[in-house]
Design a protein around this ligand. Structure first.
Ligand code: IMP
Length: 423
């Protein structure tokens, strides 16, 4: 059985949590393959809003097993908070949530290093979520990291101490002012580790291989978005993992030939949190309207998101890098009421018109070229069938499908599970 992928195609926050939740009824296993608690996956049903950071978005479904794969980085303290929030739902976590032994641990000192690194960068800061993601992946590739499987070894605390001491020396090296009480952070960490150790640790690559052989249907849930990919995103303003399709192979141990459908999610407009280039960003009342109506505030940090028109040059690039087979358009409802809708179809770059993403998309290099379309006035949020969608929205969808050469199979018209239109 092939493994299907679900990926964000922009700068994250496309609505992956909602769509995984909608799709989970068709899958036996939902597996996260990269990122960590920098992600905030929001799900809404039965009038309640849930935000997950590390736990896969299939956790609310009885039929699904959830796996945190080897490519994920786990902060036990945040993980415990997520588990505490789930307590009231009486989910049998022990049988529904397994963790890869090869996933790396975020130590309290990784978080401090993240803060020290950002503070040292001044204006050039990445706008990191400060969850320790970068320093943890640095230790992974630097071959110094601590993994979940280490917790099963007798000497793990010695290994922890050596790494934390090294981090403290590095924090001093940054020579910036950050206040912390390491003893307090470590007490919290150790107590969270004890909770984490109650869960089942597995060799997830082997588990997934056997599950595939048994015909189990698996959905790999991406975090962040393609434009935050460490290789293909707007470097250095990116996260520290491969958020694109290939990341699912390395982050779960799934061979490339085993990948089946690739679902790509995008918003009908664009948003970005943190620093970095964003060619179609709006600084006018249209951008403010998108932010207000779309409730564009970070699910992890609460920061207001920057908003702008859909960038088809960047979206095509993401479709191409990921080999997207089906698209899902989110938040079309937020654009209701705009008389005209703009879509960026090319860039003006060094005096030329180009239709691909160049090395550098900073404002001084790139000016977006727009195609203008008619908006729609109707409220979409109560609609449930494709036939109800307004004609000008259908024109917008047809235009995007024509440009992207991939069908748009789902149009989401609100945050709730039920506000999902299949085409
Ligand atoms: P980090 O991954 O926390 O180091 O953050 C690096 C960049 O990625 C920053 O610009 C963050 O705002 C952005 N980022 C990280 N995770 C997410 C996410 O889940 N959604 C949107 N942006 C994110």
């Amino acid at each position: 059985m092939a493994v299907d992928l679900l990926l964000g195609l922009q700068w994250g926050d496309e609505g992956k949590g909602k769509i995984v939740d909608v799709l989970t009824k068709d899958y036996d296993i939902i597996a996260r393959f990269q990122g960590g608690p920098n992600a905030g996956h929001t799900l809404e049903f039965d009038g309640i809003k849930h935000v997950l950071h590390t736990i896969p978005s299939g956790i609310f479904h009885k039929n699904a097993l959830n796996i945190v794969g080897n490519g994920v980085v786990i902060d036990p303290v945040i993980f415990r908070k997520e588990l505490d929030n789930l307590e009231k739902f009486r989910i049998d976590i022990g049988s529904r949530l397994f963790i890869s032994r090869k996933a790396h641990l975020i130590l309290p000192t990784h978080r401090l290093l993240d803060a020290a690194s950002e503070a040292s960068k001044g204006k050039a800061k990445i706008g990191s979520t400060l969850k320790g993601i970068g320093p943890t992946y640095m230790d992974k590739t630097g071959r110094n990291g601590m993994r979940i499987g280490d917790l099963e070894l007798a000497n793990w605390k010695e290994k922890y101490r050596a790494l934390a001491d090294k981090h403290e020396a590095m924090i001093d090296f940054y020579d910036v002012e950050i206040q912390y009480d390491l003893k307090e952070l470590e007490d919290e960490f150790m107590s969270a580790i004890r909770e984490l150790m109650k869960l089942r640790f597995i060799d997830s690559e082997e588990y997934i291989y056997q599950a595939r052989k048994e015909g189990k249907k698996i959905l790999a849930e991406g975090a962040q978005g393609s434009l935050l990919d460490i290789d293909f995103g707007t470097y250095p303003y990116v996260t520290s993992s491969n958020t694109t399709a290939a990341g699912a192979c390395t982050g779960l141990g799934v061979a490339p030939g085993a990948i089946g459908r690739v679902f790509g999610i995008f918003k009908a407009y664009a948003t970005r949190v943190g620093s970095g280039p964003f060619p179609t960003e709006l600084f006018d009342k249209d951008g403010a309207t998108m932010g207000r109506v779309g409730n564009e505030f970070g699910a992890t940090t609460g920061r207001p998101r920057r908003c702008g028109w859909l960038d088809l040059v960047a979206l095509k690039y993401a479709v191409q890098i990921n080999g997207v087979t089906e698209l899902m358009m989110m938040k079309g409802d937020v654009l209701s009421g705009f008389k005209k809708i703009k879509v960026c179809t090319a860039y003006s770059y060094k005096g030329k018109t180009i239709r691909h993403l160049p090395f550098n998309i900073e404002a001084e290099n790139v000016t977006p070229i727009y195609t203008e379309m008619q908006g729609w006035a109707k409220d979409l949020t109560k609609m449930s069938k494709a036939e109800e969608l307004p004609g000008t929205l259908n024109d917008y969808i047809d235009f995007l499908e024509g440009e992207l050469e991939v069908p748009i199979k789902i149009v989401s018209v609100g945050p709730d599970r039920t506000q999902t239109i299949h085409r």
